[in-house]
Ligand binder design. Structure first.
Ligand code: ATP
Length: 236
């Protein structure tokens, strides 16, 4: 059984439909990329899963229909959404931002252990644990947003353009951290990216969106071998 399945999903802002029937499957432990140009509907697809936009079709998570649930209800089921622009709380400390990710958890000892573990994994954050999130660099804020999502012990993580606005070396570092978290947690992911080289460094499958429709889908290696993908997303 898939962890997440989207069947013919539509989404609209007001009366303007911007997704016109998206299909997507994420297998347990799998990572799926959503590629596409600006405005193709990548962010809206993640918002549809999280209950942040008016949707049609079917969204099934862990065998349960979740379309129509509120964002807090979706999160409570074990879906952590790292939005574009990160959404860290600038006026709170790094540590408190991380703890917000764990606010539903009752296992306070394990929460403390996880916090230390993530600070070991992201030493720059560990060193700044008592600083305000506002004082972090862009790459550190992205790491914080991702760490906070993992602190909720989710079953599925939705990552919206983790590389956005980061220098190439920093973006690569963020993706290496994501790979490491994935290796150790074995959880499933959906990763939205404009940078296909980075996306393909972690996903096994991807779909390509164009103006709210899936135009290509398949295993990573198959997509990477396609001329259309190479020309549009991989620099020829
Ligand atoms: P980007 O890479 O630029 O974030 P995207 O592929 O994530 O692009 P979306 O943000 O999902 O694309 O946008 C899909 C369409 O929905 C676009 O035409 C966009 O203008 C429109 N749209 C996005 N957010 C809103 C909103 N809040 N209200 C109205 N229209 C919106």
């Amino acid at each position: 059984m898939s962890v997440l399945e989207l069947k013919n999903v539509t989404a609209a802002y007001g009366n303007a439909e911007v997704l016109h029937g998206i299909n997507l499957k994420v297998e347990p432990g799998g990572a799926v990329g959503i590629l596409g140009a600006n405005g193709a509907g990548k962010t809206t697809t993640l918002r549809a899963v999280s209950g942040m936009v008016k949707t049609g079709g079917e969204i099934i998570f862990d065998g349960r229909k979740i379309r129509g649930l509120r964002p807090d209800q979706v999160a409570a089921l074990g879906i952590a959404h790292v939005p574009q622009g990160r959404g860290t709380l600038a006026r709170l400390s790094v540590k408190d931002n991380m703890l917000i990710g764990a606010y539903r958890r009752k296992d306070s000892r394990a929460v403390t252990a996880d916090l230390e573990h993530y600070f070991d994994l992201f030493p720059q954050l560990g060193a700044r644990r008592n600083n305000l999130a506002a004082a972090l660099s862009g790459g550190e804020q992205q790491m914080l947003a991702i760490g906070r999502a993992f602190m909720s012990k989710p079953k599925l993580v939705l990552l919206d353009e983790p590389s956005l606005g980061l220098a190439p070396g920093t973006a690569k570092g963020v993706y290496e951290a994501i790979s490491e978290l994935r290796r150790e947690s074995g959880l499933s992911m959906v990763v939205v990216e404009q940078n296909a080289v980075l996306a393909f460094s972690i996903v096994e499958h991807a779909i390509v969106l164009e103006t709210g429709r899936g135009v290509l889908a398949g295993p990573r290696d198959e997509l990477m071998g396609m001329d259309a993908i190479r020309e549009a997303y991989l620099g020829g």
